[in-house]
Write a protein that binds this ligand. Sequence first.
Ligand SMILES: *Cc1c(COP(=O)(O)O)cnc(C)c1O
Length: 503
Amino acid sequence: MQYVSTRGGFGPVSAAEAIKRGIAPDGGLFVPNKPVTIPAEDIIAMTGMTYHQRAAYLLEHFLTDFSSDEIRECVDKAYSPNSFDTPEIAPVKKLNESTFILELWHGPTCAFKDMALQILPHLLRKATDKTGEQDGILILVATSGDTGKAALEGFKDVPGTKIIVFYPDQGVSEVQKRQMATQEGNNVAVFAVRGNFDDAQTGVKAIFTDPEINSRLQQYHYKFSSANSINWGRLVPQIVYYFSAYAGLLARGEIVFGDKINFVVPTGNFGNILAAYYARKMGLPVQRLICAANANNVLTDFIRTGTYDKNRPFHKTLSPSMDILVSSNLERLLYEITGHDTDRIRQWMEALKSKGRYEVDQAAKSEIQSIFWSDWAGDEDTLAMIKQTYQEYRYVLDTHTAVGKAVYNRYRRETGDTAKTVIASTASPFKFNLSVARALLGEQNIKGHSEFALLEKLSEYTGWPVPQGLKDLDKKPVRHNKVVAREEMAQAVLEAVRQTVNS
Ligand SMILES: *Cc1c(COP(=O)(O)O)cnc(C)c1O
């Protein structure tokens, strides 16, 4: 198996090379150059496997330049009992006869990003060894919250790597800020940037391509790399939990092999749902992929009309990890849907860059609509869904998963489809506890309480324990408290590298 660029200008290269590079030099994303098909008997065999065994089995099909031992080592390090609070790793909970929740937040940072970011650093380390890379890897991240903390936890103390995270001073929740400010590890640095997420993101992008900073970095024997969600090393581990969910339902007798199920995915950058698409393409019996958006409903419009148009107001919502107007991973779907028509993809991506919009042809649109269905839910619906789901099932949804549930309810009403359906739950409700507490306890009962106090209140009310990663956060020592201006970010990077190299 080798990897090529969605824009046709690079490759084929090995999986190791694709993971090390993150993005192809022609601006495209790496995609496998051959389809992978998983035979029915292997899916059935997964019912008797642990999550680790399922992961190793599936990763071997894509990372063919990694040995079985190497893959197993990465999987075991990533999904270890020190990091995940359940041996099931991604358990499936039952709400009713046809609705299930796939909990993807049992990792250290309580959001689904851990599923990929716990393993990516290990894959990346092996990838640099395989490609003969002598330099260390420096990961730079601009984060609006979840990714930064998940990347820090994944890369902390991984030999041969360093990680520096920038978050907007005013743009993250108290809990998220404290999660990053208390980060442990000898190869990490965290900075708040004065400004919003765009300032942090623009700053990081400029540093990546600044020749002077790159040559200074070379003197320390380090090279930039990226942990963001376009890296194939983040996508491939996400395919695993869709197979795992299906095998789990089979094992419990909820379905028999061949029954087609739906997956509902709360979507932002189109990474998580793209992994579900690949699983379907590989032979997993999946009927519909339901793409749930919030008020930033650019994907809903795209799936319904075939026109992607980011020229629209940006909304700050209660599901902030889905507040995205350019869903980068969609480019991979277009590559597959068009039968690898790299010329057209290049045209569409050029139009997106210059005009902020593109329109796919009728054939591509029909193909997309035969697989995907999409709608969106606003903040009020989100809060109402958290409350209603708790009242009906005593199950606590976070805001992102609540968007998924609201959209699924609408899907059922509009289509009448009663097939068994798995909703991907992308965050622990405690991670977004301010909104969840507002929905369940009411405005008057949360007034005057800090986010940390609300963790306890929410736990008392629901009987759900506060996850380890969020417990006693306000008592942990703050290790990172520097605030920098946008213009000071480059200097901060060099300073942080210098300090950790000498320490
Ligand atoms: C990142 C994230 C999402 C969106 O996932 P994509 O792969 O970007 O579509 C949804 N919910 C939560 C909690 C997230 O952290």
